[in-house]
Write a protein that binds this ligand. Structure first.
Ligand code: BMA
Length: 358
């Protein structure tokens, strides 16, 4: 008996050492993947907001403030950021967020148990067009097919890779984050949109990027692919770069047109997420509602009446709404104190399926 007990204790100790070792052997990206997977398995949804702790409706750059915190008592579980202008070596991003502050907030969000995700509204590396200038349909082709374009693109990517590698905890461990480049490419409002580049060239944006990040040894990024609204799997998957390049299958679908737009939004968000969820399931990936919102929250019960039923039917790991601009009074997607949608947002926050940072 005694001998068996000793063997059992030894085996248990060995097992726990092995599992600890296995845990620490996971890359920061894989650790984050596990968290997102367990969120989905628990049938929960993490709530995210863009630029949440750096500015909001009619305030900017204060520390410790957030419209979501002010209305619900908690920060969002997911902080969304944009890297646009980092590729130019700028000290601030395209919306004026200093990168030094962004890095500090990413660390703070990680320390409170939250997650960070990044988009990239970049400038064309060759001619310097901003993301929305779509008059030149050769931007992507130059970036991925010409030696000067590839070199200029790689210079941009070197800066991004260094940025991701610099995201570390106080103990030196890298912070796992989500990166969602080349988003909404099924529309044509960015120069990497569907009508402005070929399928092959779009995919090359991803492969060149990944080769660059791999050369730098970036091990803390989960990659999100996020088309705009798509009603079929064919459209959604048309420019999918491949399973080896993507971890999260997302959807960027906004609610336009107030109450009259509700039906169309519910239909389009549900069908696009339906495709993302099905494709994610068949490929062992994670689905997410990567960008959404109803500008100005003109529907005061939008969060519980419109959004919640959509995400209730789709097992997505997180839902992220866009920014509350400090300098554009109508440009906000989360309520602020005193806004008519505040009480409904509190109800959304109190719903057992939604997770904020606590
Ligand atoms: C858009 C708007 C712009 C902003 C851009 C990049 O949706 O919010 O004001 O500059 O995103 O963040």
């Amino acid at each position: 008996m005694k001998k068996i007990a000793i063997i059992a204790v030894a085996a248990a100790t060995l097992a726990s050492c092995t599992s600890k070792k296995a845990e620490s052997a996971l890359s920061p990206a894989d650790q984050l993947r596990q968290r997102l997977e367990s969120t989905v398995n628990d049938k929960k949804v993490l709530f995210g907001h863009h630029d949440d702790p750096v500015y909001g409706h009619e305030w900017a750059w204060e520390e410790g403030r957030s419209d979501v915190l002010a209305t619900t008592g908690e920060y969002p579980a997911v902080m969304s950021w944009d890297l646009g202008a980092l590729e130019l070596d700028s000290v601030k991003n395209l919306d004026g967020v200093p990168f030094v502050r962004m890095i500090a907030e990413v660390k703070a969000q990680d320390a409170r148990g939250g997650i960070n995700t990044f988009s990239w509204h970049l400038w064309d590396p060759v001619t310097g067009l901003d993301s929305w200038q779509t008059g030149d349909s050769l931007v992507v082709s130059r970036m991925v097919n010409t030696p000067e374009g590839i070199a200029a693109y790689n210079t941009q990517l070197d800066r991004l890779a260094d940025f991701f590698l610099s995201l570390k905890r106080d103990n030196g461990e890298r912070i796992g984050v989500i990166f969602r480049p080349w988003h909404e490419h099924t529309g044509s409002w960015f120069w990497w949109g569907r009508d402005l580049c070929t399928t092959d060239d779009y995919k090359k944006l991803w492969t060149i990027m990944r080769e660059n990040f791999d050369r730098h040894g970036v091990d803390n990024v989960l990659w999100a692919y996020s088309p705009d609204r798509c009603d079929t799997a064919e459209k959604y998957m048309e420019r999918y770069p491949g399973d080896e390049y993507v971890d999260i299958l997302g959807a960027d679908v906004y609610h336009f047109g107030g109450e009259e737009g509700t039906e169309g939004y519910v239909r389009d968000a549900s069908s696009t997420l339906g495709v993302a969820v099905a494709e994610a399931a068949s490929r062992g990936k994670i689905a997410a509602f990567t960008e959404t919102g109803c500008e100005s929250l003109v529907i005061p019960d939008w969060y519980t009446r419109v959004l919640l039923p959509i995400i209730g039917k789709q097992p997505v790991a997180y839902v992220t709404v866009w920014r509350n601009a400090h300098d554009k009074p109508q440009h906000f997607y989360a309520p602020y104190p005193g806004h008519p949608a505040e009480s409904d947002f509190k109800e959304f926050h109190n719903n057992p399926t939604t997770i904020f940072v606590k």
